[in-house]
Design a protein around this ligand. Sequence first.
Ligand code: SIN
Length: 532
Amino acid sequence: MKNYDFIVVGSGIAGLSFALRAAKLGKVAVITKKNASQTNTSWAQGGISCVKDPEDSFEQHVADTLDAGAGLCPREVVHTIVSEGPEVIDELISWGVEFDRKKNGDLELGREGGHGKRRILHHKDTTGREIQDKLEAEAREHKNIDFYEHHFAIDLLTTAKLGFATPPRCVGIYALDERTGDVETFRSDRVILCTGGSGRVYLYTTNPNIATGDGVAMAWRAGCEIANMEFVQFHPTCLYHHKEKSFLITEAMRGEGAELIDKDGRQFMKEYDRRGSLAPRDIVARAIDLEIKKTGGPCVYLDITHKPKKFVIDRFPNIYETCKRLDIDITKEPIPVVPAAHYQCGGVSTDVNGATTLPGLWAVGEVACTGLHGANRLASNSLLEGVVVSKRALENCISKMPLKIKPEKIELPEWESGEVTDVDELVVIYHNWDEIRRLMWDYVSIVRTGKRLQRAATRLHNLQREVQEFYWNFRVTSELLELRNLVEVATLIVDSATRRKESRGAHYTLDFPERNDARFQENTKLNRIIAR
Ligand code: SIN
């Protein structure tokens, strides 16, 4: 059994910023299922929102966030996170992160959909990679941080699950070492979930392969409250190309004047919203979905050809190079784009300190639901949330579980494999994986109906039984564990969507196409699901 002061699961911005601060106080294990750099953070292009322009204000950033969130963001949570932004940006810079600057040294601020001002700090169009690289380099140097890469967190260990007659709390985790096949036991009184989102539950997504909802599924099985899972944000502009299925075309491009057009060059967005191509994401994604259905075409296009070639290449070098490899010259021709699943606005229910409903467990970043994103996240607010809430989570766990109190001696049982054998038919795992992603895309994506949701629920119920059988009868592998989590998270999304009898933010259903404030005033602050 490995003992730590802090166990951090996940190695993106939330996990690494937590680890870097916590390492000043005690020993930290960072457990991550692939290489530490394989995270959602690495793929973030646009940037991190923060009030830096003297013409801007916290109040305006709060107002834009509340507006995008469609009535579901608790104002005090938004205000706290927005107003602590400048402090954590300085901290990121102190860890070596470089943001683009103007010739005079001032930060160059970008603009994205739903933001009334320029307030996006960025590093070209690879902001996430810059943050990931710098935080990771800093963390690898730290003697108090141990990385456990290729370790897949299977389940949280709780006093309730272990049958202890003490109040329920989290006391550690089991993790599979992918390379040896052994399951290791980690013990700590402070477990922080920073596992990112669940975009891979959909057939088309801008997320990397690792985004399989592991943290939400684990927390759910441990009895935590989960909230707002129906609000899956679809990014309007994922590259449409058979060789690059998950490549994001950053919203920052629309912030710099790119326009959405149809195949005949018609700028259609003004017909849907006065803000045109820069309307909040839910509106743009739905408009594109409608245009595609109306015209029968496979995609729409994003056009930035009216901007000087040098500007486009300097500002968006990653997109320029990737598209060029695919024979698309973005300085000369419009980019084919489609919406794709991008961000999980709900998650493990927490307060603004990342505290979950299970003592001993905190959740930070996309895995969590502080309420900041409400029914629809404002672009580039997520990196900000990750780095602000990770700071507050550390303060919170130290005050609740002071390090000077010696951890209670608990002997955690070793993982027992029982009479299991190796999975005999991997094809079943791959088939079920494909089936979940296809049915979620067909029945539970941008436009929903009660009938489609019910179909999805029935199919998922059967899949869940099958996956459970696999889990008990075969030796665990990361493929099987991901499938187990995917089916769990898909079910949570469908259950939450079914319970919301209105359209709001990222949840749109043809059965109830209007927002219903009267009916939902009290009970839709968070669509909470309490574990079975
Ligand atoms: C983007 O670059 O468009 C993504 C930014 C975000 O999702 O916040």
